[in-house]
Design a protein around this ligand. Structure first.
Ligand code: GLN
Length: 234
């Protein structure tokens, strides 16, 4: 039987707006196909071993400080995991820490782990609302979710956007990009949580982790939720 090992990074600190729903979606969509799933919660002080998928959720600046410090201990290992094409998904605060740094509105700059060639600086406005973006990586190409961040993320080098903003703000509200991708590392500002309403992207992550396309599921209900949010602002 095929098996996927998922590391849920720092769920006690970075799990705002139900980002745990992303882990549940990956678990269910694997088990519905008879793919065995092993989920390991990684907390402060834990060792991180090899996994197929790494997930890190969002959080407030305070929780990000603690996780940022801890992540520095694993920077080299996680870069190796990125380079052997393991799959990563970071949401909002977790996404920000996958870049070079996050400069909060006040206080010290938080060092990131540079899985993505990106950096984030806090703006003086909070972006709150629904987001619709268009991606080139999956079909249907629309991605929907909810953003709530003051961080403005800018992409550099070979790190490309996850998608183009159709409604909402995305990375920074000015360059029309949302999220990021480098190799199989993905970041996005889309809470909601992200994967339950974007099942095609959940399946893409499973495909990348397995190395083969999973059989299709009946996503009628998931796509009803997805389509209800397309181009919806509030
Ligand atoms: N604290 C970060 C910001 O405000 C991330 C917020 C979040 O994860 N929703 O930009």
């Amino acid at each position: 039987m095929k098996k996927i090992k998922i590391a849920h990074l720092y769920p006690k600190l970075l799990n705002i707006y139900g980002d745990r729903g992303n882990i549940l979606t990956l678990k269910c969509r694997c088990e519905w196909r008879g793919i065995e799933v092993e989920i390991e919660e990684i907390n402060i002080g834990d060792k991180i071993n090899e996994h197929d998928i790494y997930f890190i959720g969002g959080g407030q600046d305070l929780q990000q400080i603690e996780v940022a410090k801890e992540l520095q201990k694993h920077k080299g290992f996680l870069a190796q995991e990125r380079d052997r094409m393991a799959v990563f998904l970071g949401i909002c605060g977790g996404y920000q820490l996958m870049g070079h740094y996050y400069q909060p509105f006040s206080g010290e700059r938080l060092e990131g782990i540079s899985l993505l060639d990106a950096y984030t600086v806090a703006g003086n406005k909070r972006f709150i609302g629904n987001v619709t973006a268009e991606t080139d990586f999956v079909e249907p190409s629309s991605l929907v979710g909810f953003e709530n961040h003051s961080g403005l993320t800018y992409l550099k080098g070979e790190t490309e956007p996850l998608g183009r903003v159709i409604t909402g703000n995305g990375n920074n509200g000015t360059d029309g990009t949302e999220g990021a991708r480098y190799k199989n590392v993905f970041g996005t500002y889309l809470h909601g949580s992200f994967l339950p309403k974007n099942p095609q992207f959940a399946d893409y992550m499973i495909e990348l982790a397995l190395g083969s396309k999973p059989e299709p599921l009946d996503d009628k209900i998931e796509m009803l939720a997805h389509n209800s949010l397309i181009n919806k602002k509030y």
